[in-house]
Design a binder for this molecule. Sequence first.
Ligand code: 17E
Ligand code: FE2
Length: 422
Amino acid sequence: MPSSYDLLLRQGRLLRPNGDLNTVDIGITAGTIAAIAPHLDASAPLELEVEGQLISPPFVESHIHLDSALTAGEPRWNESGTLFEGIEIWRERKQDLSLDDVKRRALETLKQQAMQGVLYVRSHADVSEANLMALQGLLEVREAVKDWITLQVIAFPQDGIYGGPQNEELLEEALKLGADGVGGIPHYELTREDGVRSVQRIFELAQQYDRLIDIHCDEIDDDQSRFLEVVAACAIRTGMGPRVSASHTTAFGSYNNAYALKLLGFLRRTQINFIANPLINITLQGRTDTYPKRRGLTRVKELWQQGMNVSLGHDCVQDPWYSLGTGNMLDVAFMLIHVAQMTGMSEMNACYDMITWNGAKTLHLGETYGIEVGKPANLIVLDACNRYDALRRRATVRYVISRGNLIASTETPQMKWQPLTS
Ligand code: 17E
Ligand code: FE2
């Protein structure tokens, strides 16, 4: 008697954590992966023939600003292309945020992401704004979408914890309201000392409220911006490393090698996570250079070689910092391959892992992530035969399965070559 499932995937190429590919059938029941085998003698009301296609765990977006998404050009375009003009434009735009405005844009962006295979998202919410609209909006969205996408919200003091009289209090209020993590921006505090103090305060708050940490850290080309070492010191002293992320750290790309080597040794002891945002880093940084012009990316290849956990973010979708962007994580990894020159086969595969497994580690998703019997049925099917193929062609996502439900599918467009006939 053949067994029966709610949903069956037939003959896909299942990507394993070690990179192996196995051709399998997958049976899903009640939102859970019930069986994985070379052939399942079974039936299901919904059977998807995915022969030769890549079955991957969902993409993980480690760093995005959903509160500012879809506001590009409001009230004006960022003509200098710098981080700082972006912050000024956003400061104008955020004066008239409403809950509906934030929720509508965040939800629209999350849908775009989910349709491109992203089922786990960490978003920053600007909390240096008197009414905490961005934060409250994203917390409501987190609840509203939880049946199909997992959203984590980091309280992010965009204008600095000590950049305004109320900012520190607003940050703490955000944690009381339920933010998943605490953020910061030490390189934008008024002085170096304020920057150091801000990192220490972030660790105190995270311990007090038992939250994750994700700091916008050294997002500048200034080789004297050295808050990453402060993050490392706090992580070593508190033992919080795995719960801590250093986002951007672009100045690391400008440090001299002697300092970078010493720092790498400290970082290895911390077990913190790194989040690079190659689309944004390559466009925002290097703006004060003539030629040669820096790439403005953190040392992704070296961190990966040292065994540190590196994951990736889109950072922006159509906002004051970046007018492009669709939420597609393959675009992010593709850009990383270029900017970090990670073109070796093992390096390209590692870039794919940065938008899947490594992101899951950064977000602290734990045992729920991955495609194994007994785990929640979250997976995607790509029109690609392996990781390299997916990256090279930025492959179409054929099916997105979340909590056992098929939530998005694509009919792959087929381009036909039509030779000239005379
Ligand atoms: N805010 C910030 O400080 N840095 C960024 N890259 C973005 C917002 C997008
Ligand atoms: Fe960011």
